[in-house]
Design a protein around this ligand. Structure first.
Ligand SMILES: C[S@@+](CC[C@H](N)C(=O)[O-])C[C@H]1O[C@@H](n2cnc3c(N)ncnc32)[C@H](O)[C@@H]1O
Length: 345
């Protein structure tokens, strides 16, 4: 399937107008802070944007960021401005045509922002070792509509775990299915190229992430608008596809379930562009100045990461009070996550 993907993104598609479905189209509204950053990106790069979400977590200044499947580099160029001159962004892709466009506009970007902190590397995501990336060398790994195209998704997640620094996170958007796809659907080349055929059933993704050591995957947001797959509906039948953004932290001490140690946090309101609240995931939206009860895993995601200076922390791990109320498993795609019972994860 690697050759199918290279052909699709290197030759078949000339711009995002050529896509047959909206799977690789980020339909969400752009936040205000993103607009000036996008304005510096060359139009040819923007035309070749095939992402399905926003992969810019807060607080990136000075970070080293790796973009898996960077394509023509739109997100690399946006992230380059968020990490600033002291940070750096490395984009990896296996499709020469995509990398050619990304590299062609490196000077345009450096001239626009005043520094050059990006690099584009040819490589296969299933084998990050062969690219020579050092273990524990990135603060944040991102990816936009790519994991579904990987032929060995476990190997990609394993590589991410290796290159992330302790306390780092994998923050990525991708396409998910509401059920497992049959073999004939997964083998269809056009469907695969469109980021649908290789999409994981959401619960298989969660179990895969856990097997690679990311024990508590957090759903940041899901686009509840089902992706319209009309040109392929004979093949996909009743399967529903969604794009979603997850964050996976590399942290010691994360537990398989959310346990209650009687802890709480209070957001200080000090992160740029987030003065009123901080969103860790779809049900941890913490208002500035307000005490928020947390499980042990959430405590670690804020305390043992780059977020530590922006919170006050209450409690320790000395006493255990049982499972954190509401900790359970639910389908992210059927709306049930909005139910009040989903208080934890
Ligand atoms: C849907 S496009 C998204 C590109 C980019 N992230 C964006 O948002 O515009 C998928 C990209 O991932 C790359 N890709 C897919 N599978 C890959 C793999 N196994 N190794 C390296 N690159 C891969 C493709 O070459 C393509 O450029």
């Amino acid at each position: 399937m690697h050759e199918v993907v290279k052909e699709y993104y290197g030759k078949n598609l000339e711009s995002n107008q050529d896509l047959k479905t909206a799977a690789c189209c980020d339909a969400s509204a752009q936040p205000t802070w993103l607009k000036p950053l996008l304005a510096t990106v060359h139009p040819e790069v923007l035309e070749r944007y095939y992402g399905c979400g926003l992969i810019c977590p807060p607080l990136l200044k000075g970070c080293s960021v790796l973009d898996l499947g960077c394509g023509a580099g739109r997100d690399v160029y946006v992230l380059s401005q968020l990490v600033g001159a002291e940070g750096c962004v490395v984009g990896i892709d296996m499709t020469q045509g995509q990398l050619d466009i990304a590299r062609r506009h490196r000077k345009h970007h450096a001239d626009s922002v005043g520094y050059d902190n990006v690099m584009f590397v040819e490589g296969i995501l299933e084998d990050l070792d062969s690219i020579g990336l050092e273990a524990e060398s990135f603060d944040v790994v991102v990816s936009n509509c790519v994991l579904n195209l990987a032929t060995d998704k476990g190997a990609v997640l394993g590589g991410v775990m290796r290159v992330l620094k302790p306390g780092g996170e994998f923050y990525f958007s991708d396409v998910y299915a509401d059920r497992r796809l049959p073999e004939e659907v997964r083998r269809d080349k056009a469907l695969y190229g469109e980021c649908l055929g290789g999409a994981l059933y959401w619960n298989d993704f969660i179990q895969l992430a856990k097997r690679q050591g990311f024990l508590d995957p957090r759903l940041v947001c899901i686009d509840n608008r089902e992706i319209d797959v009309t040109p392929f509906s004979k093949l996909t039948k009743g399967t529903r596809f969604f794009s979603a953004t997850y964050r996976l932290f590399k942290l010691d001490g994360i537990e398989a379930f959310c346990e209650d140690y009687g802890q709480a946090v209070c957001y200080r309101g000090t992160i740029a562009d987030h003065p009123h609240s901080f969103t860790l995931d779809d049900h941890h939206v913490m208002e500035a100045g307000r005490i928020f009860l947390v499980c042990g895993n959430t405590y670690r995601m804020l305390h043992d990461t780059r977020f530590i200076d922006h919170f006050d922390f209450f409690g320790t791990f000395a006493e255990h009070f049982g499972i954190f109320e509401g900790c359970g498993v639910s389908a992210p795609v059927d709306g049930s996550r909005d139910a009040p019972a989903q208080a934890c994860c």
